[in-house]
Each structure stands twice: as C-alpha cells, then as structure tokens.
Design a protein around this ligand. Sequence first.
Ligand SMILES: NC(=O)c1ccc[n+]([C@@H]2O[C@H](COP(=O)([O-])OP(=O)(O)OC[C@H]3O[C@@H](n4cnc5c(N)ncnc54)[C@H](O)[C@@H]3O)[C@@H](O)[C@H]2O)c1
Length: 367
Amino acid sequence: MNRRIFVGGAAAAAQSAFSQSPNDQVATAMIGVGNRGSFLLSAVMKQPDARVVAICDIKPDRLDKAATAAAGTNPKTTSDWHKIIDDKSIDAVYIATPPYLHAEMAIAALKAGKHVYCEKPIGTTPAQIRELVKTAKASKKVFMPGQQLRSMIQLGDAVRKIREGAIGDLLFVKAQRHASADLPYDGPSGDWYYNYQKSGGYLVEQSVHNLDLCNWVIGEHPTRAAGFGGINLHKDEPKGRDIYDHQSITYDYANGVKLSFTQMVFHPRRMPVNNQTLNVYGSKGAVDLMPAVQFYSIDGKEQNEFSPKVEEKNDAHMRAFFDAVRKGAKLPADITIGATAALTAILGNEVCRQGRVIGWKELGVEV
Ligand SMILES: NC(=O)c1ccc[n+]([C@@H]2O[C@H](COP(=O)([O-])OP(=O)(O)OC[C@H]3O[C@@H](n4cnc5c(N)ncnc54)[C@H](O)[C@@H]3O)[C@@H](O)[C@H]2O)c1
C-alpha cells in the first residue's frame, strides 16, 4: 500500500491538526527526509522521549519511504512545510532540506513556538543568518544546529587540552577537506548541490563541519580571510555548475593564529594523505585531530595518543537536543556556534568570489 495515499488519502487529513503525542513525549516533525533526514528520522524514532507525528517532503517517494519507516507512530504526511509550522500540536521540528531553505524554515518554526534542530549550514547568506540569530536569541525555544562534531567526546577532550595549554601557545592550524569525486550528478542531491545559491558549494555545505572544528580549537571566529577558488576539472559539469571544485583559503584570527584551509574534489582515493586532516601547531608540539588524535612534540622525540579514543554514540548530538528540550540541559552546539560556522564558510566563499581580503565585520552579523 502506498503509505502516503493511505495517510493523506482524505484531502481533509492534510488540513487537520496532527495528533497530539501521548504522555510527555516530544511531538516531533521531520521536514526533508532525503539522505540526512531519513537518518535523523530513524534516530528520532529510537528516542524514548520523542514521537514522530508528522513528516514533510516535496518528493512523494521519499515521503512514502519515511512514512512507512515511521508507521509505528502513524505520522501525518504533507508536501507543504507550512502545515507543519501551523500545527500547534507539534513541539519540535527537524529541518534537513537543502541549505538555502534552512533559515526560512527555522525562523518560521521558532516564531511558531517550536524547538528546532536545524541541519548545517544554518544559512547560506549573511542576511539569512542575521535574521535567524535574531529570532533564535529572542526565542525561549531550543535551537540546535547539526554541527555534531561538537558532541564527540574525544574531540571535546582534545580541544579542552589544547585550550588549557597542553601544546603550548597556539600558533597555526592547517586543515583540509578533500574528496575524490564530485557527488553523483544524477544522485539524490544532484538537483540542488551544484547550484551555489542553493547549497553554498562544498565549503558551505560540507566544510562547515571542519571549519567549525577549527574555530572550536582556536577559540574564536576569524577576523578576515583571503583566498582563491575555481573550477579546474569539472567545467560545466553538471551543466550550469557554479560551485568551485577547489579552493585555498587563509583565515586570520585576532589571537594571531592563521588557518590554512584547502578544499578539492580530485584527491585520489588511495593517495597516502587523508582526505580530511586538521593539524594544530603549538609552541610545544602539534596535534593531529583528524583522522586520529595524536600528539607530536616539537623536538620530534615524543608521539602519543593525545586524547583517548572512546566509543562515540552516533545519536549523541540528537540526544543532547532532546535533553535540552526536556530538561533544559546545556547544548553542545547553539545558535552562536551554528552561525559562526556558517559565516566562516561564507566568508571563505566571498573572498574567492570577490578576489579580495574581506573582514568578518563586513558580513554584518553579530553572533
Ligand atoms: N550533519 C551532517 O553530517 C549531515 C550529513 C549529510 C547532510 N547534511 C545536511 O542535511 C541537509 C540535507 O542533505 P541531504 O544530503 O539529505 O539532501 P537530500 O537532497 O538527500 O535531501 C533533502 C530533502 O529535502 C527535500 N526538500 C526540498 N525542498 C523541500 C521543501 N520545500 N519542503 C520539504 N522538503 C523539501 C527534498 O525533496 C529531499 O528529500 C543539507 O543541509 C546537508 O548539508 C548534514
């Protein structure tokens, strides 16, 4: 049976209020159930204090698949996200649509009194982020960005030690996010990914995680940046592509630290340099944060595990969201973190596109 037709069969069903969750479970709606949204959906379904009451997606096949997966709680389905916003019985929304839609949806949900888990990047333009920051700060509801590195115990431990001076004075950070190929052009995200306005390109859509980790380690946001980018391999692939296939950016921080960041999509799979790296250099030695957390003393005599490897729970970030909603627990990532990460990536794009040094203040967003 086609789940969507079954659930939404009566035209009136789309109009009616979604069912109220029993007990004190958080009545949760999912907006966007593609690749990431379906992963989040299955994780929400496993939370004892949450209940999936509604699902929204404009693609009928995805809506069907998600509604079938969540059939146990009989969620209502809709292709119109405004219906989720308007439904007063919904306590919380998960937003996992393409990036350019995040801010508008999150602002509407917060204004309607809902808690919001918003996938990264939380916005693709300074204007979107400015408005979202204003709304989230004025709201009493929880807003959490999907910057899940912030919930990783090993990274948190390493960052704390670095900030406490374990590698001496912080001097320099070198990081990269390389891929060995573009995302498939006919794949599930091919209809938005290669459009700069919709995705923000690789830097904003993907490196926002890596840049967030850099900011976390450095302890502040950059004050300015310079860099270059271009399309050297995938010219007009797919047709109309306007996102870079490589970028090289330097960020300058007020504490004197520089971050050198590169991004590309032609890093051979078997090349013996990891696709994602993040090295933090201090006056006593350096720490490799990605992919392993290792310390190297500056004299070359010592090498050790800087922070113990732990079994990370892959729903830790989500758990933190529900703990914040239910018990007021402190968020591992909040609006300031989400905004700072997105703005750092946007700044990196802007310097490449405008070909000049641009200051953080020029973005015009107070975070
Ligand atoms: N935190 C992470 O590690 C992580 C991992 C992957 C993706 N993401 C983020 O999740 C978001 C989605 O990425 P994805 O890979 O799932 O993309 P996707 O294309 O697979 O899924 C997006 C879904 O949103 C739906 N959608 C588009 N417009 C909509 C609208 N107006 N109303 C309702 N639904 C709409 C699409 O039909 C699609 O099903 C992106 O922002 C991405 O950066 C985060």
